[in-house]
Design a binder for this molecule. Structure first.
Ligand code: FE2
Length: 151
């Protein structure tokens, strides 16, 4: 059983991005349930497509916010997103081609591990920057980083 639930521990300090992350968690649970309960190829395939599409939609939104905040880690962060997108697209392609094992408990566990680690490490790094944009200013959070730059 894959258990994954969003909690405040996953908050990146932005309600829209937090809500995207909750939706991605829900889609992962749906994907697991669909495979675990032996749903038809159409059902599993449509949950998989929804997960892939929502992940891409969310990544674009997150990247736009990081860009607007002047976050310096944007390119490395985008590279992580592209890797996951390619991985999920590969899973979708193999599933559509008839490889039933393309989606199983192990695959869902790996996706869950990727997403939780990505949120807790990579996403949380942009928090002080994105919070500044939401606060109405796009100044670098220099005092929070303690790097001596003037804000
Ligand atoms: Fe991210």
């Amino acid at each position: 059983m894959v258990s994954i639930a969003w909690s405040e521990a996953f908050s990146v300090g932005n309600p829209l991005l937090d809500s995207d992350h909750r939706i991605l968690f829900d889609l992962l649970v749906q994907l697991f349930d669909a495979t675990d309960t032996g749903q038809s190829r159409d059902v599993v395939g449509s949950v998989l497509s929804a997960l892939s599409e929502y992940a891409e939609h969310h990544f674009r939104r997150e990247e736009a916010m990081m860009a607007a905040s002047g976050y310096p880690g944007l390119e490395a962060h985008k590279a992580e997103h592209r890797q996951l997108e390619a991985h999920v697209r590969d899973i979708c392609g193999r599933y559509r081609a008839g490889e039933r094992g393309a989606v199983d408990e192990q695959v869902v566990e790996l996706l869950k591990k990727w997403l939780t680690q990505h949120i807790q490490v990579t996403d949380k790094s942009y928090r002080p920057w994105v919070e500044r944009v939401v606060d109405g200013g796009a100044k670098p959070p220099s005092e929070k980083l303690g790097d001596g730059r003037q804000s």
